[in-house]
Design a protein around this ligand. Sequence first.
Ligand code: NI
Length: 185
Amino acid sequence: MSILKIAKLGHPILHSKAEVIKNLPDLEIEKLINDMSETMLDANGIGLAAPQVHVNKQVMIFRVPKEADETEKVDVTKDDNIEITALINPKIKNISDDTANDWEGCLSIPNMSGLVKRFTKIEYEGLDTNGNTIKKYAEGLHARVVQHEYDHLMGILYINRLADIRAFGFTNEIENYWKKNNEKK
Ligand code: NI
């Protein structure tokens, strides 16, 4: 496995729609997922999409604690034992119109944070590396990460979905000013 270079904000691949993968299993895709996993863990991320490593294909990975209530207790960026899910050619749909605002970061926009509006309950579907269908319900952080990574495959970044244009900036400033006074406004 190898650690891949991460595309940063300004690179055009982050704004282009990724291509659907036609034939599975594919050894190159398996290698890509292994390398993406190593890259994500190295960078302390909880999700990564192939365009972020300069590959314009519909592959995304993420890791979230199994139980929704563990989200509050576990620092997901520090726990390397959380299982990684890989999803190919994903589709998502919201099951209710309920939304929530919460802070997000992105490995392609380092040291910055933004308050982002997302659907709270979704269903997603995609393929695993063998071409088998994965279909799941997700809520909370799980639903948020899946929507964030799916957006990458559509060429959309979280800064396009800010709940408030002022709730975006360098993480240390956000911690000092925004989070104290305007928590999840
Ligand atoms: Ni991201």
